[in-house]
Every structure is written in structure tokens, then in C-alpha cells.
Design a protein around this ligand. Structure first.
Ligand SMILES: [Zn+2]
Length: 337
């Protein structure tokens, strides 16, 4: 009877049935876009962005294959971090194959959103989610996914006003002033998320710009330290300021760059010189990065045309976590702090 009930619940809700007690994160290769799949031990699922919309549905196929391989047939939460092509642009396409339940975003587009992009990406997104639950978030909100605490730290150009637990220390890397003026772009409006699972902390700020990173990290670091930092904005040098990355003291950094998008040499320098860093993993070899690239074994897609290999991150309740490069099955386990 119990088996029947669980099976019936799976049919009704479409969530994955979990045998595992880990938080699993899949970082899908979308060639310099973003698509992350999260599966909690409670069997709840979240998709954070869906890569690029293309004629051949390249990223749709990649996201759907990764999700189905993980036993996922529905996303409890779909986060559109911002309304650019490589983030929310492909949400409607993935949603046709793996439907979402609740759609999380930063609300109305930012003031300097381009009218062409509005009709190409924002309007179709709104049309696709019509009749379903939309959760437009503010900094400080928590996405109520079961099994992992996910806190919104930035959204719509604003950031949390109070330090998170573990944050609030003065930032020794803070510059004398803000590095430029916030530009009202969708990047600046990115929904940034802090994930906490046991003692594990992961920060993913989507494409947040350094002009807004400043508010999170200066003069006090409102976040504290993290175990895993998902590089912002594919590793472009208008994000990932030294004052942010070095203050976070990540053990591990993972970069969602493309071969010719992101992975800037200046950014790679900041990442690799971050105090206490153990490993940098890259979705792609960065052509611009040259000698600054991570060692080949830590790169999922070292050559073009790429094999669309992804990273899997498995987090234990203790806070220990393992990163696996699915190209070569190289994996590293990092103990809890
Ligand atoms: Zn992007």
C-alpha cells in the first residue's frame, strides 16, 4: 500500500522520487548561457535559467536530457534570473517539455531593458507562464523549495539590507568608491541566490554587475564566506570584482563560460588568486583566457565543437561536496569546514 501511495504521489506531482540524501546540482553547458538544475533530498526540483533559444533547440535538448537523466519530469520552481536571451529566453521552450509549477523572477523588466528584447524574451515568458504561479522576489525573500534553503540576495537592482547569518564583517578588499554607476540593465537586475544545505553555502548571482556587487560586499560583506562560488556573468570582467570574490573566500569556483564568451583573463586572475581557493572548474576552455585557463582535467569542454558535457555537484548533509566533470569522470571531494 505504501509503495502504491508513493507511486500515486509521483504520478500526481511529477517530482522525482529520491533514494539519496544529497543535494544534487547539475550545471548544464549552454555555451556561455546559464542553466542549473537543482534536486533536493526531499525530491523537489528547481531550474535556474534555461540557456539560449535557438532554431535547433540546442539548449532545450541539453537541459531536458540532463533533467530526465536525473529522474526529473517537472520543475517545482523555475527561476528566470533576468530577461536576457541566455537566461530567461529559453524558459518557454524547456517548459513545453518539462513544465514548471512556480516561476520566480525579479518582476517588471529593468528601466533600461531594450524594447526588442522585451518582445523577444519578456513577452513570450509572460505568455508561457500565464495561469500559473508567479513569484516576483525581493532581496531577503526565501524560495520555499523543500530540502535546501535558497535566499534571494539580489533582485531588480537591489540587494539585501542586512547581513546574512555568517556575514557582516568589514571587507578588507573594499575599494574607496563604487566602481561606476549602476546602469539599470537586466544584468544589474539579476536574481542572485545563496543556497544553504547543512553547512554548505553556494552563491550564484547570475549576471550581476560589479556596480551592484559593491552593495553586497562593501563596506561590509553581507554574505560571509561560501564553499562554492558560481562565477557571475560567464566570467566577464564587468562582474566578479576582486572585492567580492576575495571577500567570499570560496573553496571552489565553477565558471559557466563559453569558448568565446566570458572567461576573461582579468577575471581568471581574480578567481585564481582568491585566498583559500582549492580548485577552479570551467564549463569551457576560454580562448581569451589563454594560459590563465584551469588545468584541462577541470574543464568540461576543452575543445570545439564541444561535447556539451556538464558538471555535477553532490552535496552531503555534513557540508562536504563533490564536483564531477562528466567528460572524464574526474571528481574532487571537498570536506566540510
Ligand atoms: Zn548571461
Amino acid at each position: 500500500m505504501k509503495t502504491y501511495v508513493i507511486f500515486a504521489a509521483a504520478l500526481a506531482f511529477g517530482s522525482a522520487i529520491r533514494a539519496s540524501d544529497t543535494l544534487d546540482i547539475y550545471v548544464v553547458d549552454t555555451e556561455g548561457g546559464k542553466a542549473i538544475i537543482v534536486l533536493t533530498p526531499d525530491g523537489e526540483t528547481m531550474l535556474v535559467d534555461a540557456g539560449y533559444p535557438t532554431e535547433d533547440d540546442r539548449d532545450t535538448k541539453r537541459v531536458v536530457e540532463a533533467a530526465r537523466s536525473a529522474g526529473i519530469s517537472r520543475f517545482d520552481y523555475v527561476v528566470a534570473t533576468h530577461y536576457d536571451a541566455d537566461h530567461s529566453g529559453n524558459v518557454p521552450s524547456v517548459d513545453r517539455l518539462i513544465p514548471g509549477r512556480v516561476f520566480v523572477d525579479h518582476g517588471d523588466p529593468m528601466p533600461n531593458y531594450d524594447a526588442g528584447n522585451r518582445s523577444r524574451y519578456y513577452d513570450p515568458y509572460i505568455k508561457a507562464i500565464a495561469g500559473r504561479k508567479r513569484m516576483s522576489v525581493q532581496p531577503g525573500d526565501v524560495i520555499p523549495i523543500k530540502g535546501c534553503r535558497v535566499t534571494v540576495v539580489s533582485a531588480g537592482g537591489k540587494v539585501i539590507s542586512q547581513p546574512l547569518s555568517g556575514g557582516g564583517e568589514p571587507n578588507a578588499f573594499a575599494p574607496a568608491s563604487r566602481p561606476g554607476t549602476p546602469d539599470g540593465s537586466e544584468n544589474a537586475g539579476s536574481v542572485g541566490l545563496l543556497y544553504e544545505f547543512g553547512k554548505f553555502r553556494m552563491l550564484d548571482l547570475a549576471d550581476l554587475l560589479s556596480t551592484v556587487e559593491y552593495d553586497l560586499a562593501c563596506p561590509r560583506n553581507l554574505i560571509g564566506s561560501v564553499d562554492l562560488f558560481m562565477v557571475s556573468h560567464h566570467g566577464l570582467n564587468v562582474s566578479n570584482a576582486r572585492f567580492l570574490v576575495h571577500a567570499l573566500r570560496p573553496k571552489v569556483i565553477l565558471m559557466n563560460n563559453g569558448a568565446s564568451k566570458g572567461g576573461a583573463p582579468e577575471t581568471l586572475d581574480i578567481l585564481k588568486s582568491s585566498p583559500g581557493l582549492q580548485d577552479l572548474w570551467q564549463l569551457h576552455y576560454s580562448i581569451a583566457g589563454g594560459d590563465m585557463n584551469a588545468a584541462a582535467e577541470f574543464i568540461a569542454n576543452p575543445a570545439e565543437p564541444c561535447g556539451a558535457k556538464l558538471f555535477k555537484v553532490t552535496v552531503q548533509r555534513s557540508g562536504a561536496f563533490t564536483v564531477t566533470n562528466t567528460r572524464n569522470n574526474v571528481s574532487r571531494t571537498y570536506p566540510a569546514k
